[in-house]
Ligand binder design. Structure first.
Ligand code: HEM
Length: 420
């Protein structure tokens, strides 16, 4: 992978506002920067060097600041002047259309206030994940058994990363495989970055919530493994209300979204990297003990987070010499930070031996990802299994023919056909 060589024209571009159709909105760069997940967006380096806090218009046409260096990205994520919870306030600037009612959108961390935090954190803890790792491995092996029995080529998204991730998330959350598949398929079509709400998102949300609610309220839910069992016992022991049941149901689904979509997209892009950097894949196969730093480098290198981490300024402040006003929307461009040569020398080189721990792929500060051990284990188990079982992994189609999904919260190929 390299960076596209063409830099965008310096200064303001003219853009059509997706909401009003108005032409001539002043921005520094078009948004989104790119949907492809195999090439760093061409504007990224230019922005970092010339306009580290740049003006864009989001999918809804709202103005926003795009932050493109590691230093400024870290500052936004750590500074209380930039709030995540303020994003849910009515009338504020938006990154894309709210797909769900505001009551369904609060941060998971805020929802676990009702004494549920301990139960959730226990389910996502390294201890619980270690106990479940054997099940992750068995699922990966079973899927690869099927693929290798049929023979190449095969689409790794449909046949491996999606079902494997649904199974891992089901195991951790305590859902049946069928329930996990329903949520995985459902959210795969609804978490879109669109200018307007659309009917399918709401229909899908209701379907997924009804399924999770039924599982939570089933009489035998208290015996379920993983998070579902813990939450079912919590509601039985603490006396429940319809509101609490609603919150718990929503939290399980939100965790499935936060976890399932992120891990599946990261794993798929990592497999793409190994399929296209075959000498590095060969090296990793010969050095399985190096999986941990290799996953860290793959996290740094990943372009899966498509649209920047959003915050609202809750007071007037300054960022990289730019005045930011209360109410302004600020987007942290993760690849801007992760490909910053000030922190990662030769950032466009995939180097599985690099110390990449300062990447911002899990965010930073108050909202740092709650399940990094699970995320890393999900990937390393799957990557080890693929390296062992598919020793000559390579793309089955020309890389330029990969079909990158548009309008979705992650950068992801629609399919990843491979040979091995
Ligand atoms: C490779 C996989 C993953 C990636 C790249 C990832 C990335 C992130 C990022 C960037 C954030 C911070 C968001 C922000 O600051 O705006 C975050 C937060 C979070 N993630 Fe992850 N994540 C992954 C896996 C998971 C998994 C498996 C779960 C749970 C099952 C999870 C649950 C959460 C939660 C609960 C938060 C906190 C949200 C909040 O404070 O509101 N993530 N993650």
């Amino acid at each position: 992978m390299g960076e596209d060589s063409v830099a965008p024209a310096p200064g303001s571009l003219r853009k059509t506002c997706p909401m009003t159709g108005e032409v001539g909105v002043d921005v520094d760069v078009e948004w989104p920067l790119a949907r492809r997940g195999d090439v760093v967006p061409e504007a990224c380096t230019w922005l970092r060097e010339h306009k580290p806090v740049a003006r864009i218009r989001t999918f809804t046409g709202d103005p926003a600041w795009l932050v493109c260096t590691h230093e400024l990205a870290s500052r936004v994520l750590h500074d209380e002047a930039f709030s995540m919870s303020a994003l849910a306030e009515p009338g504020g600037r938006l990154q894309y259309a709210p797909l769900f009612p505001a009551s369904n959108r609060s941060s998971v961390k805020e929802m676990v206030g009702a004494g549920l935090r301990e139960t959730v954190m226990q389910a996502l803890s390294p201890h619980a994940v270690k106990e479940a790792t054997g099940a992750f491995r068995r699922k990966a092996e079973a899927l690869l058994d099927e693929l290798t029995a049929e023979g190449p080529p095969a689409d790794l998204r449909a046949r491996f990363t999606q079902p494997y991730t649904a199974s891992v998330m089901s195991t951790v959350l305590g859902l049946t495989e069928d329930h996990g598949r329903l949520l995985m398929d459902g959210f795969d079509i609804s978490i879109m970055t669109v200018p307007r709400t659309f009917e399918g998102a709401q229909v899908n949300l209701e379907k997924c919530l009804a399924r999770t609610r039924a599982a939570l309220l089933a009489p035998d839910a208290v015996d379920a493994p993983g998070l579902l069992g813990g939450l079912a016992r919590f509601r039985t022991e603490n006396g429940t209300t319809p509101e609490l049941d609603g919150e718990i149901t929503l939290m399980i689904n939100n965790l499935f979204v936060a976890g399932g979509l992120s891990t599946a997209a990261f794993l798929l892009l990592s497999l793409l990297q190994l399929a296209t950097h075959r000498e590095q894949a060969e090296w990793l196969r010969a050095h399985p003990e190096a999986m941990e730093p290799a996953v860290e480098e793959l996290l740094r290198y990943s372009l899966a987070i498509g649209d920047g981490l959003p915050r609202i300024a809750v007071r007037d402040t300054e960022l990289g010499g730019q005045a930011i006003e209360e109410g302004d929307l600020v987007l942290v461009l993760v690849e801007g930070a992760n490909y910053d040569p000030a922190v990662f020398p030769d950032p466009h080189e995939l180097d599985l031996t690099r110390n990449a721990k300062d990447h911002l792929t899990f965010g930073a500060g108050r909202h740092y990802c709650s399940a990094t051990y699970l995320a890393r284990t999900h990937a390393s188990v799957a990557l080890s299994a693929v390296l062992e079982r598919m020793p000559a992994l390579r793309l089955a189609i020309p890389p330029e023919e990969i079909n990158w999904r548009t309008g979705w919260i992650k950068r992801t190929p629609e399919r990843l056909p491979v040979l091995w």
